[in-house]
Design a protein around this ligand. Sequence first.
Ligand SMILES: C[S@@+](CC[C@H](N)C(=O)[O-])C[C@H]1O[C@@H](n2cnc3c(N)ncnc32)[C@H](O)[C@@H]1O
Length: 223
Amino acid sequence: MWMINELAYAGPEHLDPAFVAGYDRKQGHPDPAPDIAEFRDHGLEPGASILDLAAGTGRFAIAAAETFAVTAADVSPAMLSYLRAHAPAGLKVTQGGFLSYTGGPFDGVHTRNGLHQLPDFFKGIALQRIADLLRPGGILRVRDLIYDFHPAEAPAVFDEWFAGAVTDPAVGYTADDYAEHIRTEYSTYRWLFEPLLEQAGFQIVSVAYERRLYGAYTCVKRP
Ligand SMILES: C[S@@+](CC[C@H](N)C(=O)[O-])C[C@H]1O[C@@H](n2cnc3c(N)ncnc32)[C@H](O)[C@@H]1O
């Protein structure tokens, strides 16, 4: 009765095959190597099992599958169809979301720029479910747009963010894209996100922020 429909929160653009076809270009083809290295640096050996949740077009999953046994899950049929068309033989692709995927236990979970689709209450449930999908000592690598500032600082931080935006929406994110993100998606504050991680049973072992907006966390599931 109270569980949300994940597709209704997935972001309409992620359900649009035309947007999905241009997604990697708009993203600027981010390099997944540092995230793969982070799993290795925190003890995951080649062949370890990793779940990539909200995998999108598979930027991380496709590269990580060269080293690890990767399962890529997403809720968007358009993303899944793109990913299936580009997946190497060893990569498992499946429909499933933060609030619905079942499987595991995995040695690692990776998720990038997906959790902000969920309001904080459901983010808490998602993080608890991720902890349940990991073996004790398993590694969570999470990147997302997270606000590393006090509410009073929002106008100044956002002004600077918008000033660095591109003007062509095909090759990057415009100020309109950022403003729409702020209005319609559920990026939260760092000082709320970190207690959510801790309440779900994670120990944060590394954290880095860019421009007080982009957080990258490595966490260990407590035994
Ligand atoms: C901004 S894209 C990020 C994709 C990829 N992780 C990346 O970094 O390029 C957000 C992705 O989250 C997916 N998504 C949205 N809500 C989801 C949910 N509840 N469970 C799983 N995936 C979800 C979307 O379909 C989309 O593929």
